[in-house]
Design a protein around this ligand. Sequence first.
Ligand SMILES: [Zn+2]
Ligand SMILES: [Zn+2]
Length: 268
Amino acid sequence: MNTDFYVTVLGSGAAISTHTRNCSGQIVHLHGFRMLIDCGEATQIQLRVCHERLQSIELVCISHLHGDHFFGLPGLLSTMQLCGREAPLTVVGPLGLRSIMDSIFNLSGSHIDYPIEYHELDYESLANGLQLQVFSNNKCTVRAFALRHSVPSFGYIVEDKPKKGESPHRYAYCCDTAYFEELAQQVEGVDLLCMESTYLDSYAERAVQHQHSTASQAATVARDAHAGQLLLTHFSNRFKEPHAFLDEASPIFPNVILAEDCKRYGVF
Ligand SMILES: [Zn+2]
Ligand SMILES: [Zn+2]
């Protein structure tokens, strides 16, 4: 596994967490820089279970405001305060995230003294297929783009800044989203595509209704985008046999793996 640019999956389950799959969350590591993408309930526990250092997170990106993707955030930010954090934190997410967090902290009498810089994303301004740079430092840039889901939802692309002469590597996170053809263009050529596959094909109609994807749809995006590898995540707990996701995805895109909690995946 590449130790310079990799992802630790903290939660790989859909809405309801189970004893083997927590709700969504993952840490992207990039040359010592750490960012958290999504923060479902119990993410801070998963950080400890997976031996990830909580205070070293510099950036949090939230995909959308469904609970399984951000109900862990107020607890995590409070714990950072209780553990003496002084370093600033950047939080990127959909419009409304800041007022939710402010309300929780105000009404609960929680004081957050370290600086939090919110960057809220307006879905309409990205709905025409644009990508917006939401973060940049000397190690990476992060861009957001619009997904299609029952509430405004954003995908993220993390791109490293390699030394001169090398081409950059890219990691894309697409969760939650329905399948749509243009998604492949958004993630064209990424080294690792992490995409939700809540359902199997037998639930394709339900996937459309709830604006989620099936394993074969995620594989179609990976194939059309010429991705290096596909990492499936966000599995509904109704499917007891995870291998079925591989069986449906691999005929379309063979280089596919299933996310497991607390496992690490190299981006290239
Ligand atoms: Zn979800
Ligand atoms: Zn959702």
